[in-house]
Design a protein around this ligand. Structure first.
Ligand code: SAH
Length: 237
């Protein structure tokens, strides 16, 4: 069985979307990974297939019903056995490259896409959904977040990225943001490629890239820099 994403959504037509083109799309067509869609609407109640209702306690918006969501999740329980069950959620734990790597090493994911105000809390507890956020902002639905998550995972699957090495030096993989890149032309709008990159001295180039990565991380993401410094200190002890 290839790595399989099972996505529960009210909008299956949003998929594969961007995952149907380029690297992820080719890998999908070649069977390197699989995408199974579950239309939550199919588990809706009554003639109108209602999936949501007004929030208990009042307030704006609608909430996805626990019975409907549980029925949709249970319909794939067998196929998705032993697979992490994620709920895309603004309140979730922020997605990290480390978690993406873990997911890529596993059999796949079950991803629930929220809509409206979100999902009834009881189904999150009862079906042990792990809430995952893709950033500190609010989307109108979990679908774009699910696509982001799957894109990050799929590119790490064996055979998807052209060069296996190209993953290792990237942002977050070393606990740092990545160094800057340059390519031809050598001079563009009066701006030159840093001399050292043209020197052919691989040791000095590596050292320069590392310095750049450290400086960039320190100025843009001080919290990541502090964590990196802390780990370096621990390694030395
Ligand atoms: N009332 C919620 C936001 C609902 S947005 C709150 O304040 O937390 C509707 C749906 O979009 C959510 O159920 C979730 O599935 C998705 N979503 C919104 N922002 C997200 C984010 N940053 N990461 C992942 N999913 C998100």
């Amino acid at each position: 069985m290839p790595w399989t994403a099972t996505v529960l959504t009210l909008y299956p037509e949003m998929f594969p979307g961007p995952l149907g083109v380029s690297l992820a799309g080719r890998a999908l067509a070649e069977g390197v990974w699989r995408l199974d869609m579950v239309d939550i609407r199919g588990f809706g109640e009554g003639r109108h297939r209602a999936v949501d209702d007004t929030p208990a306690g009042g307030g704006p918006g609608m909430v996805l019903r626990p019975d409907v969501m549980a029925a949709a999740i249970d319909s794939v329980a067998e196929e998705a056995q032993g697979v992490p069950r994620l709920l895309m959620s603004a309140r979730g734990r922020p997605l990290t490259q480390a978690r993406v790597r873990e997911l890529a090493a596993g059999p796949g994911v079950l991803v629930v896409c929220g809509r409206f105000e979100g999902v009834d809390e009881r189904v999150i507890e009862a079906r042990e959904l792990e809430e995952v956020a893709i950033g500190d902002f609010v989307l109108s639905g979990g679908e774009p977040a699910a696509i982001v998550l799957m894109d990050a995972v799929v590119r790490l699957l064996p055979g998807v990225m052209g060069s296996a090495a190209s993953g290792e030096w990237e942002s977050f993989e070393q606990g740092l943001l990545e160094h800057p890149h340059y390519t031809r032309p050598r001079v563009w709008e009066g701006r030159e490629i840093p001399e050292i990159l043209l020197s052919g001295d691989h040791r000095r180039i590596e050292a320069w890239r590392r310095e750049q990565a450290i400086a960039l991380t320190q100025s843009r993401r001080p919290e990541i820099y502090e964590a990196w410094i802390g780990r370096k200190r621990d390694d030395k002890q």
